[in-house]
Design a protein around this ligand. Structure first.
Ligand SMILES: C[S@@+](CC[C@H](N)C(=O)[O-])C[C@H]1O[C@@H](n2cnc3c(N)ncnc32)[C@H](O)[C@@H]1O
Length: 357
């Protein structure tokens, strides 16, 4: 029998799968323990998926090509997330430069800050702020700045947020129907559905996700089956409600189309719960005053409602002479990246350069 060396760590088993269905998030994903299950993480990456609990930054090369970070630059990452883009920028603004990272999520922000600190970025090079990018001028002011040389916003939610069932962003796992990026503010998706009228829900499904069956889904959300509790409380409950309701009202609708409608319902609710369009509009309005003359901004969007806003604001700024140059065409991820990371498929990147005064 093989003997364990005297200084070896005692072997401890991963908690045994208790045989319930569905399995819990923390039992299910070996990727949540990457040190121990490195080969499992590699298998997940090779299949084009993102290991649970991590976020793979999208279009890093393209972001760097458009932002052109140089030593000494002051950069702002408005959507710090897991810090992937921030790390790539921080490496390039040294020596002498710094990055201010901003995120509205109070749960993920400390983890990312700790991770960047452990990578060697002290307070003189990296500052982490909990807040909404709608208040970017105020964040710059607290750092003693009026403008920055580079600004990045990579919109939407991170894989850590999406994958964590307790946050309620996805129906992959059962969880409370919450969807708040900042769980200590505002109302959850469940409360929003209970409070809003059918018409309001139909409008938000239409405006936030271009949902073709907006009216029907809004009526499903408001007419719960007899005996159901007052509010739709879980991710699985709303997924079932929309899927079954669409299938019985529109029996010829393909399964794939039903799935797309469920996804768009989640997207529309998330945008409404987090007031995402209004935050984006504020950011787009304050960008010119927050950029140093000649400074550069990159925005990565994930659906048409966001991209339309960015495109319009950049083009209007160009016509007004606020921007010296803006992207003519949207930049998409390479075929290789899209293959390796499915979340890159819908990403669109636009850039602009602040005119010199
Ligand atoms: C797609 S992730 C960013 C990923 C990041 N670029 C990386 O490399 O890991 C988007 C992040 O933006 C944050 N966020 C979304 N809207 C925000 C807002 N209005 N203000 C600040 N942060 C926001 C989310 O909490 C999330 O962490």
């Amino acid at each position: 029998m093989l003997k364990r060396p005297p200084d070896a760590q005692p072997h401890s088993r991963r908690p045994r799968y208790p045989g319930r269905n569905p399995r819990g998030f923390h039992d299910k994903y070996k990727e949540l323990n990457p040190e121990r299950y490195a080969s499992d993480v590699q298998k997940v990456l090779a299949s084009g998926k993102t290991p649970a609990g991590t976020h793979r930054p999208i279009m890093v090369e393209e972001v760097l090509r458009c932002l052109r970070p140089r030593a000494g630059d002051v950069a702002v990452d408005c959507t710090l997330g897991g810090g992937g883009h921030a790390r790539a920028i921080l490496d390039r603004v040294q020596p002498g430069g710094r990055l201010i990272g901003l995120d509205v999520d109070p749960l993920e922000l400390p983890r990312t800050e700790a991770h960047l600190r452990a990578a060697g970025f002290g307070p003189e090079t990296f500052a982490a702020h909990h807040g909404n990018f709608a208040g970017l001028p105020q964040v710059l002011a607290t750092e003693g700045l009026v403008t920055a040389d580079l600004i990045l916003a990579d919109l939407g939610v991170s894989s850590m947020q999406l994958d964590n069932p307790d946050r309620g962003f996805s129906y992959k796992e059962p969880g409370p129907l919450d969807m708040r990026m900042n769980p200590s503010r505002g109302e959850s998706a469940s409360q929003l559905i209970a409070r809003a009228s059918e018409e309001t829900l139909a409008n938000l499904l239409q405006e936030n996700a271009d949902e073709p069956h907006a009216r029907l889904i809004a009526s499903l959300l408001k007419q719960q089956p007899p005996g159901a509790p007052g509010a739709i409380a879980t991710t699985h409950a709303i997924e079932r409600l929309v899927r079954n309701g669409l299938t019985s009202a529109l029996p010829n609708l393909a399964k794939a189309d039903v799935k797309m409608s469920v996804r768009r319902t989640f997207q529309a609710l998330r945008i409404a719960v987090n007031d995402e369009f209004s935050a984006l509009d504020w950011l787009l309005r304050s960008l010119p005053q927050c950029l140093t003359p000649g400074g550069r901004v990159v925005m990565i969007t994930f659906h048409s409602g966001e991209d339309r806003r960015v495109k319009k604001a950049f083009q209007a700024g160009y016509r007004a002479g606020v921007y010296a140059a803006v992207a003519d065409e949207v930049i998409r991820s390479t075929k290789e990246e899209t293959f390796a990371n499915r979340r890159a498929a819908s990403a669109k990147l636009r850039w602009a350069v602040r005119a010199s005064d």
